[in-house]
Design a protein around this ligand. Sequence first.
Ligand code: ARG
Length: 269
Amino acid sequence: MAKTRKYLKRTVAVSAAALAAFALQPASAGAAEGPAGNGGVDTKIVGGTPAEEGEFPFMVRLSMGCGGSIYAPDLILTAAHCVDGSGPDDSITVTAGVNDLEDSNAVTAQSTEVTVAPGYNGQGKDWALIKIDKELDLPALNIAKDASFNEGDFEIAGWGADSEGGSQQQNLLKATVPFVDDATCGSAYGSSFIAEEEICAGLVGEGGVDACQGDSGGPMFRKDDNDAWVQVGIVSWGQGCARPDYPGVYTEVSTFAGDIEEAAAGLGS
Ligand code: ARG
């Protein structure tokens, strides 16, 4: 218990920063806990369940309170709003290789440099690459290079809040969220939603399952035709968490695949 509480304290400031960075994030914490229409199973991420050991070996936790995915042995893909801009940066600790962040088997690495999406200004283009000081001996997550995977059911995972206004998690949680088309997402969010750069997912009209504060930067992914995981999104923002009429908004990875590749090359990978 004491351990958990200490961990929570560390992330409070970060959550506040993440909230401030996003106009659409209400600062209020509230309700939204409880059964998520999944038959009364104990619900987490929001509306998720614990990940199996080693199920998502490409998942990492970042010390500022975000998620990320292994793009290459020494590169982490995350959200632009999780980092401080491009350039040398040794402030970020990456925790990898475990579901339980307190697990002694955790592998840690330190950031050396960050590249934020060219033209990022707080709306859309919410991606960044973090170069780290060692090569992780863990599988990378391939990114979608075209729009063909931008449909169907997606997996999300993270150590973020398990309810709107809830606490960060010590153990990795996962959930499945269906694709939401641009028209539906646009009618929820108006001009805040940039269809060419963002992709939405969630249970519209129902709610209960979603990413939430602290999941930002983590991947949304699905299986490709060879049954391998492919990343289609990066957790970016939403109005609250798991609200029936507000799906989660994710960076549309396929749109930026070329830019991400270029940024990776620029970081010497
Ligand atoms: N911006 C949040 C963060 O920094 C992620 C919010 C995702 N919200 C959602 N409803 N899907 O962690």
